[in-house]
Structure formats: structure tokens, C-alpha cells
Design a protein around this ligand. Structure first.
Ligand code: HEC
Ligand code: HEC
Ligand code: HEC
Ligand code: HEC
Length: 206
């Protein structure tokens, strides 16, 4: 009897794991096909197309895989502080620029390099968000180097407690380090729940 209950619980937990594993972008606010104010929504059922294209991807943002979104040309104010020990870039890099191409509000969310066949631009739908002043946001495009500040968890390869570090050297903190653009299981699109500040404590020893 006990064995059956254990097996039933095991099956239930496996199915819960299964549900989490298949959570995807469809139906989230990153599924722009479900956003009725998007001009290119007319006839477009391709969820991925707002960000990726199979051919002729962005040459300027080549670090974000097969990138299909019009780049932002904005100039940014980066985070700075006297107690910052690690090296921060002069402007946002790769994956962060990809996010900012929608979230700095200067380029329409549906302004693409290649529109799916049968769908035409230009984009009309602008997203709010961070703007171009990033000095009041958590630093990004920052080299994660624990030898410069001992109050941080050492990375394993290009991850810290499972959080992805980006860039050619696999050591850059970008928007995608804390956020999972395809998965809204932990709102708002977080890589892990921040209950009890768990996300912050994945890196910070405080
Ligand atoms: C709102 C923009 C957006 C949409 C829509 C989107 N992606 Fe992405 N995708 C990104 C960004 C940004 C990255 C790089 C950052 C990262 O890996 O977290 C990425 C990375 C990837 C990667 C490489 C890294 C990984 O996670 O394996 C794959 C594969 C991928 N996307 C596939 C898809 C597919 C398939 C779809 C449609 C079902 C899709 N994406 C929809 C923005 C998007
Ligand atoms: C193609 C445009 C596009 C790209 C690229 C994009 N987003 Fe979004 N994002 C949106 C839209 C549209 C929403 C819906 C919210 C709105 O309308 O303001 C959204 C919502 C969000 C939200 C939830 C906001 C809330 O208040 O619920 C987060 C967090 C977010 N995006 C982070 C990111 C990150 C991080 C990246 C890069 C890894 C990214 N986004 C890339 C278009 C985009
Ligand atoms: C150090 C981790 C971290 C980084 C890096 C990060 N975010 Fe976030 N972001 C969060 C957390 C945590 C929240 C949720 C805050 C809350 O609980 O309301 C959030 C919320 C958001 C929201 C929701 C609306 C808002 O302003 O609160 C957007 C949009 C967003 N982030 C976009 C971005 C973009 C774009 C980048 C890169 C430029 C980025 N984030 C970098 C942790 C991060
Ligand atoms: C991916 C790892 C990572 C995560 C997750 C993360 N941080 Fe950070 N954070 C850093 C790094 C690296 C710095 C730069 C530290 C330095 O240079 O001294 C930093 C800097 C900061 C600073 C500014 C320190 C200064 O001296 O100006 C604050 C405050 C901060 N983080 C708070 C948070 C909070 C709150 C969260 C959770 C919402 C969070 N961090 C999540 C890596 C992370």
C-alpha cells in the first residue's frame, strides 16, 4: 500500500517536473502573435519570428543567435558606483542589446529585419521598460570576476548557480543572466524564483 502511494507521488512529481520543463514562450507576453496591437500580427502566427530568423540574421548583433530584430542605435548611460569592483563595459553588449532593442523604447517591438512571408512592416508597437538611462538598473555587460570582489559565488564554467554568463569568454552578466526570455514560469521571466531573494543570493554572498 505504502509503495503504491510512493509510486503515485513519484508519478505526480515527475509530471510536475514535466510541466515545468515544457513551459515555453507561447501565451506569455513575449508571444507577440497574441498581442492585438501589433501591426505585424495580421496573419503572423510565427512566435519566434519577432526575435529570430532562419536566414539573413543580424550582422551587427551576431552574438545573439540568428537575431531578427532591428537594432537600437541609442546611446546609454551605464551603471556606475564608487564601490563597483568589477569591470563594466562602456555600452551594453550582445544579449542585453537584444533585449534593449525592444525595452529601451526607441525601436518598435515589431520592427524586424526579415518579416515572415505574407507579413509586412514597418513596426508600430513600442514597449516601455528601462529607457536608455541604465544608471538606476542592476549593472549589465559586466565581467563576473570573483578575484575582484570576494563577496561573490565562484562560477562553474560559464554559469553561477545555474545562471548563464554570456559573451565570447563566458563571463559577462547580461539581462539574460537573470531573465529567461522564453519562459515566464518565474514571473517576470526570471531564471529562478526570487523568493527569499534567492536569485540575488545565487551570486551575492551577503
Ligand atoms: C522576445 C524575443 C525572443 C523570442 C520571441 C524568441 N527568442 Fe529565442 N532567444 C532570444 C534571446 C534574447 C536569446 C539569447 C539570450 C538567451 O539565450 O537567453 C535567445 C536564444 C535562443 C536560443 C539559443 C539559446 C538557448 O536557449 O538554447 C535558441 C535555440 C532560441 N532562442 C530559440 C527560440 C525559438 C525556437 C523561439 C520560438 C519558439 C524563440 N527562440 C523565440 C529572444 C527570443
Ligand atoms: C521583440 C521585442 C522584445 C524583445 C527582444 C524582448 N522583449 Fe521583453 N517584452 C516585450 C513585450 C512586448 C513585453 C510585454 C510587456 C509590455 O507590453 O510592456 C515584454 C515583457 C517583458 C518582461 C515582463 C514585464 C512585466 O512587467 O511583466 C520582462 C521581464 C522582459 N520582457 C524582459 C526581457 C529581456 C530580459 C529580454 C532579453 C533577454 C527581452 N525582454 C527581450 C518585448 C520584447
Ligand atoms: C541581476 C538580475 C537582473 C538583471 C541583470 C536584469 N534584471 Fe530585469 N528584473 C530582475 C528582477 C528580479 C525583476 C523583478 C523585480 C520585481 O520583483 O518586481 C526584474 C524586472 C524586470 C522588468 C519588469 C518591469 C520592471 O521594470 O520592473 C523588465 C522589463 C526587466 N526586468 C528587463 C530587464 C532588462 C532589459 C535587463 C537588461 C538591460 C534586465 N532586466 C536585467 C532582475 C534582473
Ligand atoms: C549573475 C550574478 C548576479 C545576480 C543574480 C545579482 N547580482 Fe547584483 N551584482 C553582480 C555583480 C557581478 C555586481 C558588481 C559587483 C562589483 O563590481 O563589486 C553586482 C552589483 C550589485 C549592486 C551594486 C554594488 C555596487 O557596489 O555598486 C547591488 C546593490 C546588487 N548587485 C544587488 C543585487 C540584487 C538586489 C540582486 C537580486 C535582484 C542581484 N544583485 C542579483 C552580480 C549579480
Amino acid at each position: 500500500m505504502k509503495k503504491i502511494v510512493v509510486l503515485a507521488l513519484l508519478a505526480l512529481s515527475l509530471s510536475l517536473v514535466g510541466t515545468a520543463a515544457i513551459a515555453d514562450i507561447v501565451g506569455t507576453s513575449h508571444d507577440l502573435t497574441s498581442n492585438t496591437t501589433v501591426l505585424t500580427n495580421a496573419g503572423n502566427t510565427q512566435v519566434c519570428a519577432y526575435c529570430h530568423t532562419p536566414h539573413d540574421a543580424s550582422a551587427t548583433n551576431s552574438t545573439t543567435p540568428l537575431w531578427n530584430h532591428e537594432d537600437t542605435q541609442a546611446t546609454y548611460t551605464m551603471y556606475s558606483s564608487p564601490s563597483l569592483d568589477m569591470t563594466i563595459a562602456g555600452s551594453p553588449a550582445g544579449v542585453s542589446l537584444a533585449c534593449l532593442s525592444c525595452h529601451d523604447g526607441t525601436v518598435a517591438a515589431d520592427q524586424l529585419l526579415n518579416y515572415p512571408s505574407g507579413v509586412n512592416g514597418p513596426g508600430i508597437f513600442t514597449v516601455g521598460g528601462l529607457g536608455t538611462d541604465l544608471s538606476n538598473d542592476h549593472p549589465i555587460s559586466l565581467t563576473y570576476n570573483v578575484t575582484q570582489d570576494a563577496d561573490f559565488v565562484a562560477p562553474v564554467g560559464s554559469q553561477v548557480n545555474g545562471l548563464q554568463l554570456f559573451g565570447g569568454t563566458g563571463d559577462q552578466v547580461e539581462c539574460g543572466t537573470c531573465h529567461s526570455v522564453h519562459d515566464n514560469t518565474n514571473e517576470p521571466f526570471l531564471r529562478m524564483s526570487n523568493a527569499g531573494s534567492a536569485l540575488c543570493l545565487a551570486c551575492h554572498i551577503k
